[in-house]
Design a protein around this ligand. Structure first.
Ligand code: OGA
Ligand code: MN
Length: 286
């Protein structure tokens, strides 16, 4: 069998594009291994020009772990909490009968990592671009291995053993909206420095939107340290900005990347289909 997969780096920071593979079709074990290797090496993969239905995307998600086949998510709209249904999940600003069809807020979103509110965060997230605005709406990815590496030794030692509380409000775009500890928000504890199980490399694990506090440090001092670490991890030298094209399928590694979204015109439609990938042994919780 000839492998004609063409893997090209997208930037010097992270990411690669993958061409020469049709994800509508079944792929063999060897190809799966090649894709998993590239996923660990580049942390973000983009497969341009794919024509995929929801089933195809879920099959793709399953190459990398346990594809999450349904929406297990809640969203508060106009003060009302709504429970998502099992089925396809969209990220979109489109409204149908006045109700959002998507699961995340519109417009800009601060840096975060999917599933930090769970004890076992999502290993990866896949997005497939269906409608893209004429400008903005880029997804920014930050390399948390590089951010960790660039810290002074003193800081690395200081944070090595610290544990944080991470929360997620499905409606929040900004830290100021989640920081008031709302007991109904799902939350979990995570080490500030984690070792990636596949690469063996250390990375920071924190984000402006979701990391609420450092458990072992007094609130004021903890907040100061977190702010300095957020600012550090969001420097341009660690970031790749993905400018979307319709029919892009992307997957990223939530264990070593943060992501954010830039604003886009509210009167233009943006729609992506989303499946997350869980650790195979993760409980089926939100
Ligand atoms: C997500 C997400 C960002 C975007 O799907 O988890 O954060 O650009 N998406 O829509
Ligand atoms: Mn996200």
């Amino acid at each position: 069998m000839t492998l004609t997969i063409d893997i090209e780096p997208l930037s010097s920071v992270l990411g690669a594009s993958v061409r020469g593979i049709d994800l509508q079709k079944a792929i063999d074990k060897k190809t799966k291994e090649v894709l998993n290797r590239a996923f660990v090496d580049f942390s973000f993969l983009c497969f341009p020009d794919q024509t995929l239905n929801a089933k195809d995307q879920l099959r793709f998600a399953n190459f990398f772990g346990r594809g999450d086949g349904g929406v297990r998510i809640t969203r508060r709209d106009s003060g009302q909490r709504r429970t998502g249904k099992r089925g396809v999940m969209f990220v979109s600003n489109i409204r149908k009968d006045g109700k959002p069809i998507g699961v995340l807020p519109d417009g800009e979103m601060q840096f975060h990592t999917d599933g930090a509110h769970r004890e076992s965060p999502y290993r990866a997230t896949t997005l497939y671009a269906i409608k893209i605005p004429s400008k903005g709406g880029d997804t920014l990815f930050a390399n948390l291995y590089k951010a960790y590496e660039a810290l002074p030794e003193k800081t690395k030692n200081r944070i090595e053993k610290l544990v944080t509380t991470c929360v997620y409000d499905y409606e929040a775009q900004d830290r100021s909206e989640t920081v008031a500890a709302d007991p109904i928000l799902p939350h979990a504890q995570h080490r500030l420095v984690k070792t990636h199980p596949a690469s063996g490399q250390k990375s920071l694990y924190l984000s402006r939107l979701m990391t609420q506090k450092i458990n072992e440090i007094e609130p004021d001092e903890g907040e100061e340290l977190l702010m300095a670490l957020f600012d550090h991890a969001e420097q341009p030298e660690f970031i790749y900005a993905h400018k979307w094209n319709v029919n892009d399928l992307v997957i990223w590694d939530n264990r070593c990347l943060n992501h954010a979204r830039t604003d886009f015109p509210a009167n233009e439609e943006r729609m992506l289909r989303r499946y997350t990938v869980s650790e195979p042994n993760a409980p089926e919780t939100t």
